[in-house]
Structures are given as C-alpha cells and as structure tokens.
Design a protein around this ligand. Sequence first.
Ligand SMILES: Nc1nc2c(ncn2[C@@H]2O[C@H](COP(=O)(O)OP(=O)(O)OP(=O)(O)O)[C@@H](O)[C@H]2O)c(=O)[nH]1
Ligand SMILES: [Mg+2]
Ligand SMILES: [Zn+2]
Length: 328
Amino acid sequence: MAHLKNKNKKQPRPTTGEVNGRVVARLGPVFTVERLDGGGEVACVARGASKKAVVGDRVRFEEGADTMLASALITAIGPRAGMLVRADALNRRQQVLATHVDHIFIVTAVEPPLRTGLIDRYMVAAHAQSIPASVIFNKTDLVPDAAARAGYVEALSPYPPLGAAVYFTSASSGEGLDALRAALRDQTSIFVGHSGVGKTSLLNALDPGLGARVQALSAASGRGQHTTSASALFKLNGGGEIIDSPGVRGFGLWGIEARQVRDHFAEFIPLQRGCRFADCQHINEPGCAILAALEAKEIAASRHDAYLKIRESLSTPSLGSSHDYFDF
Ligand SMILES: Nc1nc2c(ncn2[C@@H]2O[C@H](COP(=O)(O)OP(=O)(O)OP(=O)(O)O)[C@@H](O)[C@H]2O)c(=O)[nH]1
Ligand SMILES: [Mg+2]
Ligand SMILES: [Zn+2]
C-alpha cells in the first residue's frame, strides 16, 4: 500500500477507496484514528455512512474537519475482513463489533460463573466468519481446590479438539500470562465475554505499561467496579494487539439460519455426512450420526445441548432477542 507523507499539505489526497488510517477507539462521535504512515493518531469525526466505522476499520480520513471535536474527517471505510458481528439488542440489525480481527479470545472466569453456552455462541460466530478462536479461563486464583479445577478442565475439554486452545490464567497471581502473551504475538486479537470476567484486568496484567489508556475507557459503575464502556485497540509491549471490548449479557447471532447452525459446530461437520437425511438437524431423526456420536460420548453433551438451544432460539424469531440473548 502506498504510504502518504503528511509533512507537505500539497501532497495529493488519497484516491477513492484508498485508506490512510485505522480506527483504534471510538467514544461517542469521536474516533481515534491511527495514521497508516506511522505519524501517530488523529481525532476524527465521520460523515455519512462512515459514521458506522468500528475499531479495526481501515478508513480514509481528510485533514481539516470544521469541528471543535476533531481535526480530521473520516470519509470512507475500506474493505472489511475478520468481522465480529452480532444481532443488536432488538434482534433487528447487524451490529459489527470490530473488524480485521485475526483471533477471538473468549474470556470466561470462576466468577461470574462459567457458562459454556456463551462460548458456544461465540464459537459459531467465529466459525461463520472464519476467525480462529481460543478460550481464556481467568481468576484461577479463586479456584478452591484440585477437584474444582478438574471440574473446570472437564467443562472446557470440548474446545481444544476444535482448535480452540484453553488458557488458564489469573490476572492476580500471574498464572498463564506467559503462554497467553505468546499466543497474542504477531496478530490482532479481541477479548470478548461477560462483564466482570477480567478482560481489562488481563490486558493490564499482560502489559502494565498500558494502565492510563485502559482506565480512560472505563467508568466506575454503581458498585464501585470499573466496567469498560467502549472497544479500543491496545498494542502490547511484547508484540501483538488486543481489542478490549465491553462485557456482554449475552450474544445474539446474526446472519445464521437455524438450519445452518449445524455447519458451524466444527465437530459435527465430518460426522454429519453419515446421517440418513442429508439435511438432518440432529434432534431426534432416525439414523442420525451425531446422536450416535453423542451416545458414544464422542461429542460432548454440553455442545449438543448448546447446539439445540442456539437452533431453537434462531428458529423462534417471535421470541425476539431476549430469548436469543439470555437463554444460555
Ligand atoms: N481474584 C481475581 N480477580 C480478578 C482477576 N481478574 C480480574 N479480577 C477482578 O474482577 C473484576 C472485574 O474485572 P475487569 O477487568 O473490570 O473485568 P472486565 O471483563 O473487563 O469487565 P467489563 O469491562 O465490565 O466487561 C475486578 O474487580 C478485578 O479486580 C483475577 O485473575 N483474579
Ligand atoms: Mg473491561
Ligand atoms: Zn443427524
């Protein structure tokens, strides 16, 4: 890509479609855009469709916005890839959470309690967009004993065979941070998950030098806890980039029909060719290879349960997002 020098204002402006920046944060109408020529960051407002820019987006910006808020104007969004999308709260439209994401880290913890159903929803979204995913199980310092730990290992055991490594971490004790740092290197990752699992704390523990910037995007909630209010991208000292995102109560899938859910459960794919019916939904059909594998404990019961719940929520639109969001 051509790099534009900003030293000389007479330089030609980028032609249509050519991007010269990347969105690294957004607070209300103001986007923080990183210049792709290495010249630092610039505060931007956006025009028209560009108001839909999200963290990760490659954008075209022009200097000289006529506003108190910013010194530049975003005029176009470049082609998107690696999109993490969900349904908005009303289940009416697509909400793009971030773009150009190389890896999704689904953060879970001892507290709030582990609910693998949310992992399974993110796994479907990641598979649908061909973005690799991994799981982080944080706050291991709160695990009371070896038996409890074995229970968590067991609950998370379906994921590594699907290519989703599981990292056991503690932002407090430092457990697992070296392995996580290594996994984060050389790519742009996003931390997603329930509120309070420790996404922002992990970011700070991975690179304490980030402190001030991370705080700026957090706000004290009623209970005196800090909760992240907007997504933002951070560069780790040891290499790699993390997009920290606000915690969710649930994750509504978008753009996936109930009948297609089976094609986003990676362990079903090689087996379901063996079902008697080509479009078998693995519910109670005769000759179902997935139900046979479930019986033989080759497929985890928790995964098949999650599959049925996701299918059901997507095939019952009248129940709307409240169902799709909170039933996991
Ligand atoms: N004991 C323990 N507490 C932790 C750990 N990581 C985070 N916490 C605590 O958990 C609470 C929530 O942490 P955050 O980092 O704000 O969680 P978050 O996932 O960023 O939450 P949102 O921004 O609301 O999505 C804070 O009180 C942290 O101090 C950990 O490894 N062990
Ligand atoms: Mg946070
Ligand atoms: Zn089947």
